[in-house]
Design a protein around this ligand. Sequence first.
Ligand SMILES: Cc1cc2nc3c(=O)[nH]c(=O)nc-3n(C[C@H](O)[C@H](O)[C@H](O)COP(=O)(O)O)c2cc1C
Ligand code: SF4
Ligand code: SF4
Length: 411
Amino acid sequence: MKKADLSIEFCGVNCENPFFLSSSPVSNNYEMCAKAFDNGWGGVVFKTIGFFIANEVSPRFCNLNKEGISFIGFKNMEQIAEHGLEYNLEQIKKIKENYPDKVLVASIMGQNEEEWTKLAKVVEQAGADIIECNFSCPQMTSHSMGVDVGQSKNLVKMYSKATKKGSKLPVLAKMTPNIGNMKTPAIASIEGGANGIAAINTIKSIINIDLNKLSALPIINGKSSISGYSGKAIKPIALRFICELAKCNELKNVPISGIGGIETWEDALEFIMLGASNVQVTTAVMQYGYRIVEDMISGLSFYMEEKGFKTVKEMVGLAVKNIVPPENLERDYIIYPEFNFHRCVGCGRCYISCYDGGHQAIKWNKEDRTPQLEIENCVGCHLCSNVCPANCIEFGEVKFKDNCRKRDIVI
Ligand SMILES: Cc1cc2nc3c(=O)[nH]c(=O)nc-3n(C[C@H](O)[C@H](O)[C@H](O)COP(=O)(O)O)c2cc1C
Ligand code: SF4
Ligand code: SF4
């Protein structure tokens, strides 16, 4: 099959596809980035570098398991690079020398204006294509860096400006989700001269309290800390922020790099449809390795061929118009559930959930173990179809409420 053209232009830089590694241990050195490029990643955001050298805890990771599924979410307690600045700059240089057509984003973090400016200058000299300002690590041991900066619009603006002062490269401001309104720091970064937004970094979290040791995991000599949560659990939260940024008038035409729980081409496309023109991944790579990008490339190519999209750009933001405030949703009709008895396994879960968590609209027939809808009680909430393990409750009759005009609707 002929592969679709997945190339994009992001912040004025040509990329062979929209799939980038996000800044983290997956992009820690030359060998790793080289392997990722050989596997098909279009770009990498190198592990955040700075004058600060991290002294890390051990262990530093813990994943959340639930109902036999591992990595529902992933918590890390890692800060920025453990290697010195000189080593990291050499690695960046070597990557660009050997992979001139791939995109290298240098993630930087300073502690004051002077450091941001210096870092911007040295990563440009090393050959980076784009700079990403890390305004968002939630577990820095110094409060003059990371999330504490990202929550302050003044600091975000000041450090974006300082970064632009040191380099002519496009600058991305990486946002923290540990904030109610991301638009404020995002606008401040653009006012400071940033050219695009990357979102999201990890979410402050506590997972897995050990009920014997009375601490959360991972345990570091009996203690733990609030720190960053990533992986599939955070995707819905990331999508919310991406959509809010895409809808913001003050950020019109500002390129967005979408991050948070992306594992598959469908995940990536959801971010694109909500306004991201580029996507970044860490946790799924930590779990499965770089080769997941092969499926992302072929899946997105198939989708574009099937739907007749010629470029990724055409798809950016297509779903944004369909995310509206709750007051703008239609409330004129009820869609009743329809039971497909050929597939029903008689488990009774629809009955229990509707009775205990819904509107007591299902009667249970004990003899043949089948549910029966009592339509006069049903409000069309579809809790029943959400709990059905056999996927046999579908959308049935559409009833318009009293005094509401009948018309065709999109279900
Ligand atoms: C172990 C680990 C280390 C990370 N280190 C950095 C970092 O140095 N700089 C940064 O901007 N983000 C860092 N992140 C955040 C990721 O780049 C990304 O924003 C976040 O994990 C959400 O994406 P994901 O769900 O695909 O992992 C790190 C994440 C993890 C899991
Ligand atoms: S749609 Fe809601 S109210 Fe109706 S049967 Fe299902 S769970 Fe009960
Ligand atoms: S939950 Fe589904 S499978 Fe179970 S009884 Fe209801 S309709 Fe049948």
